[in-house]
Structure formats: C-alpha cells, structure tokens
Design a protein around this ligand. Structure first.
Ligand SMILES: Cc1cc2nc3c(=O)[nH]c(=O)nc-3n(C[C@H](O)[C@H](O)[C@H](O)COP(=O)(O)O)c2cc1C
Ligand code: SF4
Length: 498
C-alpha cells in the first residue's frame, strides 16, 4: 500500500507540474534573437515593415521585450533610450538618468540608505503615516493607496507575512520598471527593506518577467552584494529585524502580473487568477498576509521618507500627487523614459516630451497598456491624472504611452489587442477565454473585407465587462468601450446590424 500511495502522490505531482508548465509561453524557449509582437511594436510597424513581418512569423510569440522605444524590437539589439525628468524635482530618475549605480557603496554615496536608517529608528505607524500623507498610489495599474495597503498588512496578526515586488511589467509599451531595476537596483532593495520592516514581513520576492534577462543578472548581483554588506539577512544593519529577498523568474505569461496569479506562480501552482475575497492582504502567498507592490511604487518610498510626505504631495495635483514615469514608444520623434508631475497635459506629453510623431498624424494614444482606453487626438488637452483620464474612459495604468498614427485602422487595432488578450487569457472565465478569441477572429475577418454582427460584438463586450474574474477581461472590455465611444463611426463600418 505505501508503494501505491507513493506512486499516486508522485503522479499527482507530475500532473500538477504539467498543468502549471503548460500555462506558460516561454517555459523552455530561448529568447535569443526573438522579435516583439507587442502593441508598441505593432504601432511602430510602418517604421520597419520587414522587421514587423518577421516578428509576426517568429516563434516563440513574445508580447513585450521592454524595448518599445526601438520598435519593432529584437532581443539582443538593445540601446539606452532618452531618459529625462520633466518634474520640478526628480523622485525616481536621479541615478537612472545619470550613470547607473550598480555598486552598494556608490549607491550610499548618492544618498542611498538614508531612508532605511531613518526607518530603523521609527515605529511602523509613523512610516505608514508618511506614506499615506504623501498620497502615493500604486503605479502597477490599480492605483490603490499605498499607505492604506501597508496599514492593512501591518494590522494583520500572523506568524509570517510576505512581501512581493511586482516586476512583471507585462503591459506592452512600458519599460520604466526595467530601467529602474537595471540602473538603480539598490533603490528597489532599500524600498523593499523599508516595506518589509514596516509591515512585519521577513521574506520577500521579486517576481521578474522572463523577457528581462539582463535585469535578472543585475538584480541577482545586487541582492548578493546587499546580503554580503549586512543589508539583508537575520540582522538588517545589525538591528533586530530579519529580512531577505529571493528573485523569482517568470516563464512567459502576461497574466502573472496580476497579483493573485503571480502568487500562484511563486507557489509553483498553475497561475490562474484567484477568486476574491479573501484579499491577499489577509490570505496571500502560502495563505499568509502578503503585500504586493509594483517596482515604481516601491522606488518612490525612500525619497518620501527622506524628503517628507509634504514635499511629495506638493508635486503633481492635489487629486493625483507626485510624479509618474512614462514610457514613450518608437512612434514618437523622441521616444524614451520620462518622469513627469501629474497634471501635465496629454498634448504636452506628445509635443514637448515626444516632439510629435515620426510620421503621419496622431490618431490616438493608448496610455497604461492594452487593458485601458484609447484616447483620441481631440482630447489632448486632458491632464494626466487619475480622475481626468477615468472621465474620458482612459487610465494612467502603468504609464506606457503608445502613439498610433493615422495609418492604423481601428479594425487592425482591435484585432491586435484581442489577439493579445486571447493569447494571454488564463482560461478561467468563458467571456475572456472564448470571447476574446472570437472578437480577434472576426476582426481578422473584417481585415479581409468581411463584416460582423454589431449585437454579437456588443454582447461579448458586455459579458467581458460584467463576468470577468480579473482585470484582464475587464480591461479588454474597457479598451473595447473606448473604441465604441471615441471611434464610433469607424467601428460602425466594420459592423452590420443584421
Ligand atoms: C492582467 C493584469 C496584469 C497586471 N500586470 C501587472 C504588472 O506587470 N506589473 C504590476 O506592477 N502590476 C500589474 N498588475 C496589477 C497588479 O495586480 C497589482 O495591482 C499591483 O502589482 C499592485 O501594486 P501597486 O499597488 O504598487 O500598484 C496587473 C493587473 C492585471 C489585471
Ligand atoms: S478574466 Fe480572463 S485572465 Fe482573468 S481570470 Fe477570467 S479568464 Fe482568466
């Protein structure tokens, strides 16, 4: 009997492993020379049609290499983009825009470590009060108030809590987290130490997307150096606090950026999104209270601690305080990574940062990735701020800014976004699993001269909005609704009422 039980348990393990591995697109694939099919590169396809054609035919399918300023991008052909801060004070880009700081002693010479020393002398309520008063909201996409999230974690009574830095940066069109990690890795480590000590988490993970191979090397070296210097380990800087960080490398899945799917991935389970409640602040990684924060959110923390909440809140607007990183794609004349204060107009982002488009007229901006609305050129006087973008069916998201010129038809755009959506769906909800694929198929057909039933389109978009378990399906619906709202006439040419 024990032998049979052993065999059954072993088979269970193999089946679980197969179920988990089959989920990923890049489990065993080499990325060398792979070409990007992400939306930023799609938008830039007219700049190099031959390269885009190769990307569409290449395997494995890669939806963002984080080189959107070079689009259509190819792995291994990277170069540093234009990097500049247009904020009155730079919170995030100091080391990133100057020379990269890849040595801990160098980092400390630039003022690094001061916030950590300060926090070691503060009680956690005072730290949380500072973060709350700064008005910082999550920069990963959901914009949840960071101080409140930390407070929820700190209040949990548990023998063990976890911290996870979300470094998946899956939104095609975004590369800000990559450059933060590659050029200022100790800022992230310092911020994670501050977060862990404040909320009572001793073990932390950085979940990094597989496509960022160079970033992984830099982060691992920084973690090793931080451990050797006593920043990480059983006594952080000789204090009573224990804290350590492990790097987890993804295997190719956009959905793993969604925090509950990410926790399943770290646990080596099939990374589908989890049902909520319970919230992960109560039952997260290995069923323990867990804080998940985006890399950019975390990297703002040391500055807020050393300069004070009021200084941070004085930047931006009262409703959207602080600064935000924006990643501008290759369609702009001057693509690159920019730090701006909230409140800057979309028109200034296009004209003053991006210096307009390389060719054609602006047809629309996709801000915050494919799971957000497209903003037409007529609305460029809208300020970059949470509420104002929401009012016009857009979002700040993670701050990727993809420009589309007037050579891009709405049918092409919808087909591309839903191809991506279907490819990355975890398959748990029918509207997302089957509906996204159906929309992509019909818009592919429209591109060949066909038409599609308007009622069916409407029904699928409503089902996505109402019956999706996670933000992937709901975000696809938001994208579709923005197309209905802002490009209604052109959409109607694709649809029939019978
Ligand atoms: C489909 C999907 C993909 C996501 N991808 C990312 C991602 O790549 N990086 C990220 O930080 N957040 C991503 N998020 C948001 C996370 O679920 C989560 O809200 C965020 O990491 C929390 O950190 P923050 O509060 O600091 O923003 C994604 C959400 C969804 C629904
Ligand atoms: S909305 Fe899509 S990605 Fe999210 S849980 Fe449902 S099927 Fe999975």
């Amino acid at each position: 009997m024990p032998v049979q039980r052993f065999i059954l348990a072993y088979m269970d393990h193999i089946l679980a492993r197969l179920a988990s591995d089959s989920f990923y697109h890049l489990s065993h694939a080499s990325l060398t020379g792979s070409r990007c099919q992400g939306l930023a590169c799609f938008a830039a396809r007219q700049l190099d049609p031959a390269s885009w054609k190769q990307a569409c035919q290449s395997s494995p399918t890669v939806f963002c290499l984080g080189q959107c300023y070079l689009g259509p991008a190819r792995q291994g052909e990277d170069a540093l983009p234009h990097i500049a801060s247009h904020a009155r004070t730079s919170v995030l880009l100091g080391n990133v825009a100057n020379a990269a700081v890849l040595d801990l002693a160098e980092y400390c010479k630039t003022g690094g470590g001061q916030a950590l020393h300060q926090v070691l002398r503060m009680d956690s309520a005072a730290v949380i009060q500072q973060i709350s008063a700064s008005g910082l909201r999550g920069r990963g996409g959901a914009a949840f108030p960071t101080g409140l999230k930390w407070q929820l974690l700190a209040e949990q009574k548990a023998d063990c809590k976890y911290l996870v830095a979300n470094a998946d940066e899956g939104d095609p069109g975004s590369f800000s987290d990559r450059l933060l990690m590659e050029r200022d890795p100790y800022r992230l480590i310092e911020a994670m130490l501050i977060a862990g000590i404040t909320v009572g988490a001793k073990q932390a993970y950085i979940y990094l997307r597989r496509e960022y191979e160079q970033t992984a090397v830099i982060l691992q070296a920084a973690i090793t150096q931080a451990r050797a210097a006593g920043w990480l380990g059983p006594h952080v800087l000789c204090s009573a606090h224990a804290f350590d960080i492990s790097l987890v490398i993804g295997k190719g899945s956009y959905l793993c950026g969604e925090e509950t799917a990410m926790l399943n991935a770290i646990e080596d389970k099939r990374p589908e999104a989890r049902l909520r409640p319970p919230q992960i602040t109560e039952l997260g990684l290995y069923s323990k209270p867990t804080l998940v924060n985006n890399v950019e959110t975390l990297c703002a923390i040391p500055w807020i601690i050393t300069h004070g909440a009021a200084a941070y809140a004085a930047l931006g607007t009262p409703e959207s305080p602080g600064t935000k990183l924006l990643s501008l794609n290759a369609v702009f004349r001057r693509p690159g990574l920019y730090e701006v204060e909230f409140g800057i107009s979309l028109g200034d982002i296009v004209d003053k940062l991006g210096l307009g488009l390389k060719q054609g007229q602006l047809k629309g901006l996709m801000i915050g990735g494919p799971l957000a609305g497209v903003i037409p050129a007529q609305l460029l006087d809208t300020p970059l701020a949470y509420q104002s973008l929401q009012q016009i069916g857009g979002a700040v998201g993670h701050g990727g800014v993809i420009a589309f010129d007037d050579s891009c038809s709405i049918a092409e755009l919808v087909a591309q976004v839903f191809r991506f959506g279907a490819f990355e769906s975890c398959g748990k909800c029918t509207p997302c699993h089957h509906g996204a694929a159906e929309i992509a198929r019909h818009f592919d057909d429209i591109l060949q001269g066909g038409h599609w039933n308007a009622d069916r389109w409407q029904a699928l978009v409503s089902a996505l909005a109402d019956a999706s378990l996670c933000g992937h399906g709901r975000g696809l619906a938001e994208f579709a609704q923005s197309i209905q709202r802002h490009y209604h006439a052109e959409l109607q040419t694709c649809l029939t009422s019978v």
